[in-house]
Structure formats: structure tokens, C-alpha cells
Design a protein around this ligand. Structure first.
Ligand SMILES: Cc1cc2nc3c(=O)[nH]c(=O)nc-3n(C[C@H](O)[C@H](O)[C@H](O)COP(=O)(O)O)c2cc1C
Length: 134
């Protein structure tokens, strides 16, 4: 999948007019960036089924499922990241041969992070709750 992402990016590079860097430099930086994304032992692709009973709800159900999955993983000591653009939809579908009836919500790595980022300071309730009007 990583190789397919690299090739996809290089195809886009070839079709671009203004090239500030050489293709070799560009490929090196793309490979470097992608190596972080492809360093986990497990990947989960969250999909919705376009033929489900209530397909209109997929738009909400899919991201909710992904979010709950990420919270559950965190509670078990694993790291995830909601990835869309960095690993293109088409790449996932082609490489994993996912049928057209499924829509990809995201793909997430699952693994034990080298380090955890510091949590931002907690906001006070008054900072994000409006009791009357905004
Ligand atoms: C719709 C959506 C798409 C995202 N796509 C990517 C992505 O392609 N690559 C990436 O590294 N993170 C992606 N993220 C994750 C964000 O970069 C970020 O980690 C996440 O929103 C949490 O941000 P916070 O920790 O600053 O609150 C995406 C998040 C969302 C909601």
C-alpha cells in the first residue's frame, strides 16, 4: 500500500507543471513522510456498506464507528489516527480489492506509539457551553 501511495504521488508530480524540486528529491521526501504512516503492525479500514438498510445514515454511522474504535483502542493502550488524504481512498480500495458497494470512512494504523503527545490543558465548561445563545 505504501508503494501504491508513492506511485500515486509521483504520477501527480509528473502531471504538474511547476516543479520546484527534482523527481528524485520529491520521491525521497514522500517516502520519508509515508514511512511514519506505514510503521504500525496493524491497519484498520473503516467502511460503510452502501446497500445497508439505512444508507443515508452511513454518513454519520461511519465516522462514529471510527471514533469509538479509536477511543477503545486508546483505552487499551494503542494509538490510532483518522487518515483520509495521506492514504488515498482509491489506493486502499485497489490494494485491498474492496468492492464498490463499500465507502471508505478512513484508514487507521493501530499500534503502540513510540511516544504519546502531551494532552492539551482541559478547557473549563464555561469556555465551550452556551446556556442561552452563542
Ligand atoms: C476528516 C479527517 C481527515 C483526516 N485526515 C488525516 C490525514 O490524511 N493524515 C493525518 O495525519 N491525519 C488526518 N486526520 C487527523 C488530524 O490530523 C488530527 O490528528 C485529528 O483531527 C485530531 O486532532 P487534534 O489531536 O489536534 O485534536 C484527519 C482527521 C479528520 C477529522
Amino acid at each position: 500500500m505504501k508503494e501504491a501511495c508513492v506511485q500515486r504521488t509521483l504520477e501527480r508530480f509528473d502531471s504538474r507543471g511547476d516543479k520546484a524540486t527534482s523527481k528524485v528529491q520529491h520521491e525521497a521526501s514522500v517516502r520519508n513522510r509515508l514511512s511514519g504512516y506505514f510503521s504500525a503492525p496493524v491497519y484498520i479500514v473503516v467502511l460503510t456498506d452502501n446497500t445497508s438498510q439505512y444508507p443515508d445514515y452511513n454518513h454519520w454511522d461511519g465516522p462514529m464507528a471510527a471514533g469509538f474504535l479509536m477511543l477503545a483502542a486508546r483505552a487499551l493502550g494503542y494509538g490510532t489516527v483518522f487518515i483520509t488524504d495521506a492514504i488515498p481512498d482509491q489506493v486502499t480500495k485497489e490494494v485491498l480489492r474492496i468492492p464498490d458497494r463499500y465507502t471508505r470512512v478512513c484508514i487507521t494504523p493501530l499500534g503502540i506509539p513510540v511516544e504519546w503527545p502531551d494532552s492539551p490543558p482541559k478547557k473549563k465548561l464555561e469556555e465551550f457551553i452556551a446556556y442561552d445563545t452563542l
